[in-house]
Design a protein around this ligand. Structure first.
Ligand code: CU
Ligand code: ZN
Length: 180
C-alpha cells in the first residue's frame, strides 16, 4: 500500500503551521502542580485554541472513582492550604452545575469530575469554553482543586449540591500559572 510519502516535509510543516494559525492558538500556555494533605499529586497543562481551553495531564494517588474537579476563585494555597482558595470561580454569580451545562446554570470553574482507575491514576484531557488564559474568563493566578468525593453536579435538592456539588474535602490543589 502506498503511504503519503509524496508529501515533502516542507509541505507537511507548512500545513501544520497554517492549521495552527487558523485555529488562533494563544501563545500563552498555563500549568498547575497539584498537591495537598493527601498522597494526591499531579501536573496539568493548559493551552487555548479558538476560544477553547484544553486541560491535560495526569493525577496520581487518588482513590479509584470520581473526584470533583474545579477552578476556585483565589490562588491562595499558603494561608490555609487548599481551604484558602475560596469558592468555585463564579464570575456570573450563578448556581453550581455540570461542565456540560450552559453559562447560566454552572460556575465557570465547574469542570465536573475526574475519574481515577483502580491504580488511583486519572488521565485528564478535557476542553472548556467558559474559562481561558486571558480576559474576564482568565483562570491564571486562580486555583485548581481536586476533591475527596464525587461532584453531584448540582443535581440534588440541597444547599450543598447548589454550591459545591457535595464534593467534600479538598485533597489537592495548586495555583494556575503562566508558562509561556
Ligand atoms: Cu472545588
Ligand atoms: Zn461549582
Amino acid at each position: 500500500m502506498k503511504m503519503a510519502s509524496n508529501y515533502s516535509p516542507a509541505v507537511l510543516l507548512t500545513t501544520f503551521l497554517l492549521l495552527q494559525v487558523l485555529q488562533f492558538c494563544s501563545a500563552e500556555t498555563g500549568r498547575v502542580h497539584l498537591a495537598g494533605n493527601s498522597p494526591v499529586k499531579g501536573v496539568l497543562n493548559f493551552t487555548e485554541c479558538s476560544g477553547m481551553l484544553r486541560i491535560f495531564g495526569t493525577i496520581t494517588g487518588l482513590t479509584p472513582g470520581k473526584h470533583g474537579f474545579h477552578v476556585h476563585e483565589f490562588g491562595d494555597i499558603f494561608t490555609n492550604g487548599c481551604d484558602s482558595t475560596g469558592k468555585h470561580f463564579n464570575p456570573k454569580k450563578v448556581l453550581h452545575g455540570a461542565k456540560e451545562d450552559d453559562a447560566t446554570r454552572r460556575h465557570a470553574g465547574d469542570l465536573g469530575n475526574i475519574v481515577a482507575d483502580s491504580s488511583g491514576v486519572a488521565s485528564v484531557d478535557m476542553t472548556d469554553d467558559m474559562i481561558a488564559l486571558s480576559g474576564t474568563k482568565s483562570i491564571l493566578g486562580r486555583a485548581m482543586v481536586v476533591h475527596a468525593n464525587e461532584d453531584d453536579l448540582g443535581r440534588q435538592d440541597n444547599e450543598g449540591s447548589r454550591t459545591t456539588g457535595n464534593s467534600g474535602p479538598r485533597i489537592a490543589c495548586g495555583i494556575i500559572f503562566v508558562v509561556a
